[in-house]
Design a protein around this ligand. Structure first.
Ligand code: ZN
Length: 316
């Protein structure tokens, strides 16, 4: 039997905000997208700008991205120091979107970028490599005290970001406030459990020295008390000089680095050259989720994979 609804009731349903008007949300990079997707679960889905194996360090905005930004109500990003390609579009007067810079979110801890590729404070007079490789190169060429932009790799920062994301969504879309709150609480509990799991995973390898491709892991290392001793390059957009490479090889030997980690996006062949003739093993770390599927599960998978790669290489 078909139930005929009174016309007035049908009109009321159509006008109920809960059934319509989910804000159009854009996220810059995969880890941010994952946290936003977790908070929007059951309500809607954010779209993502830096997709696939692309890196925010080398990304150029496409016309489809510009279109998504023009349509957006809310944009979540880390900040202009990381996603420089978003700075101008977000300032454009045609954009109606509220942009939420998560690096500035309350409770997010920031760390100053470490100096030099081997971040050794006593290394300053050692070579002429210092000047041009200085800092992360996200558009701040004159930078002095630059901030390391990879803030999402500290799970405490992720928890602070989750609160900021839920607040911004609620401000735009009060009709779904309860869903955003419940999702934020569930996500925060998940992050706390993940953190406890990773502390246990990493405890046995805390003292093992290792070298990374670029310094994306400072937050992760600080949070878990790990012993990262250097990076191959401070600027992943530039190929390191021959002198840098020989300096890194010398560091591997003098510091007894157990592993050298490549990244999926950036010249893994370079790592072969670097470890040749040393006792160091090779591994791969993915700081941005290049090889992972988008969605709410990406964030915990990203951190678990980093922990598993570190443990796998350093403990063997
Ligand atoms: Zn980076």
């Amino acid at each position: 039997m078909r139930l005929a609804l009174p016309a007035a009731f049908v009109a009321l349903l159509a006008a109920t905000p809960a059934l319509a008007d989910v804000p159009k949300v854009v996220a810059s990079i995969k880890p941010v997208h994952a946290l936003v997707a977790a908070i929007m679960q059951g309500v809607g889905e954010p779209s993502l700008i830096v997709r696939g194996a692309a890196s925010p360090h080398t990304y150029a905005l496409r016309p489809s991205d510009a279109h998504a930004l023009a349509e957006a109500d809310l944009v979540f990003w880390i900040g202009p120091e990381l996603e420089g390609f978003l700075a101008k579009p977000l300032e454009a007067t045609a954009t109606k979107a509220t942009a939420v810079e998560l690096m500035e979110a309350p409770g997010v801890t920031l760390l100053d970028a470490r100096e030099g590729g081997a971040w050794d404070p006593h290394d300053h007079g050692a070579g002429n490599d210092h000047g041009h490789d200085h800092a992360h190169g996200h558009g701040h060429d004159e930078g002095h005290e630059e901030v390391n932009t990879h803030v999402w790799l500290d799970p405490d920062n992720a928890r602070a970001m989750v609160v900021a994301i839920a607040d911004a969504l609620e401000a735009k879309d009060a009709a779904h406030a309860d869903a955003y709150r419940a999702n934020a609480e569930r996500t925060a509990r998940g992050l706390a459990a993940l953190d406890a799991e990773l502390k246990a995973t990493l405890a046995p390898v805390q003292d093992k020295p290792f070298i990374v491709f670029h310094d994306a892991y400072q937050y992760f290392e600080a949070h878990y008390g790990l012993n990262g001793v250097g990076a191959i390059t401070v600027n992943p957009e530039r190929r390191p000089s021959a002198k840098r490479l020989s300096d890194i090889r010398a560091k591997i030997t003098s510091l007894g680095a157990v592993c050298v980690f490549a990244e999926p996006q950036f010249e893994p062949a370079l790592v072969d050259t670097i470890v040749q003739g040393t006792k160091a093993r090779k591994g791969v770390l993915d700081p941005e989720g290049a090889g992972l599927s988008d969605g709410p599960d990406l964030y915990p998978t990203l951190l678990r994979n980093i922990a598993a790669s570190l443990k796998g290489c350093l403990a063997s």
